[in-house]
Write a protein that binds this ligand. Structure first.
Ligand code: CMP
Length: 506
């Protein structure tokens, strides 16, 4: 047989003309789609190999030799070229024209299955059954299983991601630690490709995506894509926060920067005072996730100019260092100043007016500072406790009863004292005294007071006088006083007796 006869027979037998015709049709159709054109390269190369091997097979036949082995390769090239051309025709030309865009992973899987079928077919021609080999040989199955473990994990992961849409093409996801983020551009059979703002493409194996926690940025069910951004700025802490907040809010809402979303509305917040600066932030919403830094920059620029227009200075780092030389003289001076302040507090209280200088100094020595915040209870009705308090600054309310039945029966201010009833009689607190403003008090305990009562027993009389008035007011507030209520003199005498007994003054 001549070479020409052999070649002609081969071309007819191998459906070569049909295959070349198919290639020509697909190439013509794909010429309109640049993406499809790129995909044609491999099938075209396989087709070229197929044609080449066809010629060589014909030459071998003409030479009278057996072309069996090369024939197997020839078939393999032919089938693989057909699979490639089919893939381009269906997935890159026909379906896109119908408006259907399948996920890449599905295309990869279908192509992969077609290639395996083609290879089984080629194996059969070569004289052995690939399928039978895999199903009957446990060793090969195990080796294949191990080798494909990761690949199958990735493949399954990729299919799962596509099926449950947990991560979709177009989603922005956080990449590991730090603030690296990127947009998912492709989910393939092995990896998911993510493009970052820094023009990098990060390939994450699908199995890793499945196993680890993934943060999908800006996505919330039933809500449009957006993310909350925060732009910090610091202002001199002497500027009233209300002024700063109003200035910045007005500047950003009357003329909103282009990238800032209208809804939800932006917030301007006073977030901290530290190191002599007042820290503020603007929180706004952004839907153009690729432009986060430019949007922040716009907002920052607006804040800068708005503050300048309002004459509000941005903070400069400032620190005050206090250095004091703590010697004995200074210590003595400080103690003396504190004592003078305590004596002044005592002098302002009527009942302590009869005390002479030395006695007042002695009592002042026993006073302790006791500040309370507005709203704090200094004494609680019914509790055991024995301090007497002298108010220096602020006001307090005397209340009885609890919950809805609570009533204010008196208001006390600077120069007045309270807590004397429990201290002088040893009874539980008769009322709750509540600081209505921040309260500066001095406190004296039973021992301190006792020492002074012993030094000047006449004090008991003055205190008992105040106490009697308060007792009567308390009783009438509690509606305990009936027609036969004792007169003040009687109450006072009774109290005086109890005070003397309590302090063993007799
Ligand atoms: P004491 O009972 O130790 O604790 C509650 C205090 O409220 C009480 O002492 C008094 O000092 C004070 N107090 C009670 N009733 C009156 C009142 N009518 N007027 C002013 N202060 C009072």
């Amino acid at each position: 047989m001549t070479f020409a006869d052999a070649l002609w027979a081969q071309l007819q037998h191998g459906r070569t003309l049909w295959v070349v015709g198919f290639w020509a049709v697909v190439t013509a159709l794909a010429s309109a789609a640049p993406e499809a054109r790129g995909r044609l390269r491999l099938p075209s190369f396989l087709l070229a190999l197929y044609l080449l091997t066809t010629v060589v097979v014909a030459a071998l036949i003409a030479d009278g030799r057996d072309p069996h082995t090369l024939g197997v390769f020839n078939l393999a090239f032919e089938l693989l070229a057909l699979v490639g051309l089919g893939q381009v025709l269906v997935f890159s030309v026909a379906l896109p024209r119908l408006g259907v865009r399948l996920p890449r992973i599905l295309v990869d899987v279908v192509t992969g299955v077609a290639v395996v079928i083609a290879l089984i077919f080629v194996g059969k021609r070569a004289g052995f059954s690939v399928a039978g080999l895999i199903t009957t040989s446990a060793v090969i199955t195990a080796v294949l299983g191990f080798a494909l473990q990761d690949t199958l994990g990735n493949l399954m992961g990729g299919l799962a991601l596509q099926l449950d849409s947990s991560v979709k093409v177009g989603d922005w996801i956080a990449l590991g630690l730090g603030d690296r983020e990127g947009q998912v551009v492709d989910i393939r059979w092995r990896y998911t490709a993510v493009e970052t703002r820094a023009w990098e493409t990060v390939l994450i194996p699908n199995s890793t995506l499945m196993k680890s926690q993934v943060v999908v940025i800006g996505r919330r069910q039933g809500a449009p894509l957006r993310v909350r951004r925060q732009v910090d700025f610091q202002v001199d802490f002497r500027t009233p926060p209300t002024e700063v907040l109003a200035t910045v809010r007005e500047a950003l809402t009357t003329d909103r920067p282009a990238l800032v979303e209208a809804q939800p509305p932006l917030q301007v917040l006073f977030i901290a005072i530290k190191d002599s600066v007042a820290a503020y932030c603007v929180r706004y919403w952004l839907s153009d996730l690729a432009n986060d830094d430019p949007a922040d920059s716009d907002v920052r620029t607006r804040v800068f100019f708005a503050l300048q227009r309002a004459g509000i200075a941005l903070s400069i780092p400032a620190q005050a260092v206090f250095v004091s030389h703590d010697d004995d003289a200074r210590k003595a001076r400080k103690e003396h100043d504190a004592l003078v302040a305590r004596q002044a507090a005592l002098a302002a209280v009527d009942v302590f007016a009869p005390l002479d200088e030395a006695e007042r100094a002695n009592l002042a020595d026993r006073l302790r500072r006791a500040p309370f915040a507005a709203g704090e209870a200094v004494t609680r009705e019914g509790e055991h406790d024995d301090g007497l308090y002298i108010i220096v600054e602020g006001t307090a309310e005397v209340r009885i009863g609890e919950g809805d039945a609570a009533r204010t029966i008196a208001t006390l201010g600077p120069g007045q004292f309270f807590g004397e009833m429990a201290l002088l009689t040893g009874e539980v607190r008769s009322a709750t005294v509540l600081a209505t403003t921040d309260l500066q008090c001095y406190r004296i305990d039973k021992h301190g007071f006792e020492a002074m009562m012993r030094a000047r027993p006449a004090l008991a009389d003055a205190v008992a006088d105040v106490l009697a008035d308060r007792r009567i007011a308390l009783a009438s507030a509690r509606e305990e006083a009936g027609d036969g209520a004792p007169a003040k003199a009687e109450v006072k005498r009774d109290l005086l007796d109890r005070i003397r007994a309590f302090f063993a003054l007799r």
